[in-house]
Design a protein around this ligand. Sequence first.
Ligand SMILES: C/C(=C\C(=O)O)CCOP(=O)(O)O
Length: 127
Amino acid sequence: MELKGRSISKGITEGIAIVSKEPFSFLGGVNEEGIIIDKNSELYGESLKNKIFVFPYGKGSTVGSYVIYGLAKRGILKGIINKECEPIVATGAILGKIPLVDKVDIEKIKNGDRVVVDGNSGVVIIK
Ligand SMILES: C/C(=C\C(=O)O)CCOP(=O)(O)O
């Protein structure tokens, strides 16, 4: 299935989706190893390692950009899909050089789906 969206950060990646139905704060939401540490998150205790992180939009501190950058640079976070990306998450993905596509109907993506994020054309493919 192909979902059309908008390119925010270029590049193409493929991986397993980890889906949060709630908006996500990277500062205080995830540690340096990519483990979700926000106890209010439905994903508490899960890992972002080698995953495509799917969530509606970012929330919280501007420091979130640097958290995303660090996760990307350490090769933990492979890509992001948002319903509506905001500047904090966009900045982190662009600096970290990981693909990000938004304006996607993320309700069609289930936890564990294998997805392709094409940040060049702004398309997500569920395999
Ligand atoms: C850059 C900031 C703090 C630091 O250097 O640790 C301020 C972040 O402000 P927010 O209102 O959380 O975006």
